[in-house]
Unconditional design. Structure first.
Length: 157
């Protein structure tokens, strides 16, 4: 947590939301409910080492690891193996894995699915297989217009 306190964006957001060092630190919404901000979630994803398939976004994750954890991921003898981390069940399922699991449970391609999530990492690439398996998949963006979603823009749902 100390490393996250040193991150200028996290520090600014936490101080703005009334957090203090030494306490359990969460951002809070207007109803005082705790949540993880986008900055915090990005840091959590970076430090999980789960997402790693090359490209600029992954280089940003590498940089975030080094800024936040100064050398922890590059110590001599320490090897990060994202594939092994994923295979040992320490990462969320990919959309493809979700689709295969649902098909394995005998759900047909006529099953309607509502995907309740935020932004999907590399959605166009990662969602293609799930959409092919379950063409009736819907999201809040496919069910509501931008105008209807506007009042909820700054909320997670």
């Amino acid at each position: 947590m100390d490393a996250m306190w040193k991150h200028p964006d996290v520090y600014k957001e936490w101080i703005k939301s009334g957090e203090r060092r030494g306490n359990v630190r969460f951002s809070h919404d207007a109803k005082n409910m705790p949540y993880l901000s986008r900055v915090e979630v990005k840091d959590m994803i970076a430090f999980s080492c789960c997402v790693y398939d090359g490209g600029d976004e992954e280089k940003e994750m590498d940089a975030a690891r080094e800024i936040g954890w100064r050398g922890k991921f590059t110590k001599r003898g320490r090897v990060i193996r994202p594939g092994i981390i994923r295979m040992s069940g320490k990462c969320p399922l990919t959309p493809l894995e979700v689709g295969l699991m649902l098909r394995g449970m005998d759900f047909s391609n006529k099953t309607a699915i509502f995907l309740a999530s935020g932004k999907i990492y590399k959605a166009e690439k990662n969602m293609a297989s799930l959409l092919e398996m379950f063409p009736l998949l819907q999201t809040k963006e496919t069910l509501a217009s931008e105008e209807e979603l506007a009042p909820f823009k700054n909320f997670s749902f």
